[in-house]
Write a protein that binds this ligand. Structure first.
Ligand code: HEC
Length: 136
């Protein structure tokens, strides 16, 4: 009988152990939110100080203000067209392909096309008279 009592006692202990409330699991730590911080602006040129900005500063500010660049928007193709125009008409030097690619990639990424850049066309009745119109 003592054996049976011992089995009972052990079973009771085991049951008690099993049913003991587990401490609540620690909640998984919430990951730090990824905050997209805008790159700081160079106080002199206004360029976004990230990536190849110094390459752009070195090549794009000797003839005109950097403002002319930072106020402009364009796709890679549009930036390339502006560069080709300056090379043809404004004495802008030729770039090696790597430099040109990096300049254009920086410009197209940080100064991409934007709707806000252009206002909608004026309605015809709001336009000033056209001095060249054949109807005048
Ligand atoms: C060799 C001189 C020179 C360099 C260097 C130069 N530009 Fe220009 N750029 C000009 C001239 C000249 C104009 C016309 C300015 C004006 O209309 O008053 C101009 C105009 C512009 C304009 C205005 C275009 C428009 O349609 O209104 C942008 C944008 C521009 N440049 C971007 C750049 C970028 C980007 C670089 C560097 C890759 C650069 N420039 C380097 C000479 C240069």
């Amino acid at each position: 009988m003592r054996g049976a009592a011992a089995v009972l006692a052990v079973s009771a202990l085991l049951l008690a152990a099993c049913s003991r409330d587990e401490p609540p699991a620690e909640p998984a730590p919430t990951p730090e939110p990824v905050v997209e911080t805008a790159p700081a602006l160079d106080p002199v040129t206004g360029f976004k100080m990230t990536g190849d900005w110094e390459l752009v500063r070195a090549n794009c500010t000797s003839c005109h203000s950097a403002k002319l660049v930072t106020q402009q928007r364009g796709s890679a193709q549009q930036w390339l067209t502006m560069i080709r125009w300056m090379q043809k008409k404004q004495n802008l030097w030729a770039f090696d392909p790597d430099t040109e690619g990096r300049i254009i990639a920086y410009l197209a990424e940080h100064y991409p096309p934007s709707d806000a850049q252009r206002r909608a066309a004026l309605a015809a009745d709001l336009m000033p008279p056209n001095p060249y119109s054949a109807e005048n």
